[in-house]
Ligand binder design. Structure first.
Ligand SMILES: *Cc1c(COP(=O)(O)O)cnc(C)c1O
Length: 386
């Protein structure tokens, strides 16, 4: 029974993911690249909340060459879903315990620790195969990687393991999405220095890559052999500077249906703490999503929903699983009064006519970023792919 009734009928809140937007965004990124430059679609964190398997497939259909995830389990999930014939890398270094599984599923790790490299190489040798990897280079973000001055030493440290194959060398920028900074230029120079040192030492760095979403549109000079498209794959402007250059389509909208509605009067209060106090008769409606669904409590009385093409104020504290909003019941120019009903669809994020609510404005209100808010919405709500 639980399988026969779709989840969005079991619970009246859901995400819609527009896979044609994903394909469009891959194509828009591609249009920035020189012929031959590869595009890696970053589908970590379940595709930034949009569904890793579906977004990976859509990206590949649109011409992505490579997939990237953050963890070993994320990588194995893609392989087990049948995405087997495409290069797949983990953009961090997983625990050495994963080595046999990396070999089995043909997943390339990022590598910066010789001990990990040798464990991975040994697992590949035991299976009679090669151990391809991408070397992570720390050029200034100070998160992971071999220090840019030490890349040749690292290669010497692992040279004894024949199975290991350096198929790529990459770094990650700390400030590609910030207003132009000297630090960005410093990272580029250090990365180029590392690549040059490898070549001088007779080591082929393989696929050289550095660019994240912001740099794809902003800094063509750092495209090298491959770019890594993350947040903008899902339609978000990685930074204001690319807004005029990039032509992106948002893929995620958030939907709900009204579960209850009532009139409230002056003197009443709404939601925990009764902090919302109407000063006149108002129509309050309830939708079944809350902060356990990623609608952050910090947005209480500070966001709007869209019902029937119009913006409606969310009021009162957002609860764990539900929240309330007000529909304006003042008669319109034709004397008609709005009459919301249980079952009516409400947009929590999306656009209808002139009314629009975006994840970006929510993120700004919360001092967060698009990534965190989008991922949050995927915590519990089912996804519908359109
Ligand atoms: C997350 C991540 C990306 C994608 O970055 P966006 O800014 O989302 O495009 C690229 N490379 C690495 C190493 C990452 O961790």
């Amino acid at each position: 029974m639980t399988q026969e009734i779709p989840e969005i009928q079991q619970r009246w809140s859901w995400l819609e993911i527009d896979l044609s937007a994903i394909r469009h965004n891959v194509e828009d990124a591609r249009a920035q690249l020189q012929p031959g430059t590869k595009l890696l679609a970053v589908v970590k964190a379940d595709g930034y909340g949009h569904g890793a398997v579906e977004c990976a497939r859509a990206s590949l259909e649109a011409g992505a060459d490579y997939l990237g995830v953050a963890t070993a389990p994320e990588a194995f999930k893609l392989r087990e879903a049948g995405i087997t014939d495409v290069p797949l890398m983990i953009i961090s270094q997983p625990p050495a315990e994963t080595a046999p599984l990396l070999v089995k599923h043909q997943v390339m790790p990022a590598v910066y620790d010789p001990k990990f490299a040798l464990a991975y190489g040994a697992a590949a040798e035991a299976a009679g195969v090669k151990a391809p990897y991408h070397m992570a280079v720390n050029t200034g973000m100070n998160r992971i990687g071999v220090r840019w001055t030490d890349v040749v030493d690292f290669q010497k440290a692992v040279a004894g393991c024949d199975a290991l194959q350096l198929v790529g060398t990459f770094t990650h920028f700390a400030t590609a999405d910030c207003p132009a900074t000297a630090e960005f230029e410093t990272q580029v120079a250090r990365f180029q220095q590392a690549i040059a040192a490898l070549r001088e030492a007779g080591v082929n760095p393989g696929i050289v890559h550095a660019a994240n979403s912001a740099s794809i549109w902003r800094y063509p000079q750092v495209h090298f052999d491959m770019v890594r498209l993350g947040i903008s794959l899902y339609g978000f402007m990685a930074c204001p500077e690319i807004a005029d250059i990039a032509d992106l389509q948002l893929a995620m909208t958030v939907h709900a249906r009204i579960t209850d509605t009532r009139m409230v009067e002056p003197g009443d209060g709404v939601s925990y703490g009764l902090h919302y106090n109407p000063t006149e008769y108002e129509r309050v409606c309830t939708v079944p999503l809350g902060y356990a669904d990623g609608l952050r409590r910090g947005l209480s009385s500070n966001t709007s929903f869209i019902w029937n093409g119009r913006l409606c104020r969310q009021v009162g504290n957002i609860c764990m699983d539900q929240c309330m909003f007000v529909v304006d019941i003042r008669p319109d120019e034709n004397g008609e009064v709005a009459n919301p009903q249980v079952g009516d669809e409400v947009l929590i994020v999306g656009k209808q006519g002139d009314a629009e609510v975006t994840i970006t404005e929510m993120a700004q209100k919360l001092g967060s970023n698009d990534h965190e808010i989008a991922i949050g919405f995927a915590q519990r709500m089912p996804r519908v792919f359109v």
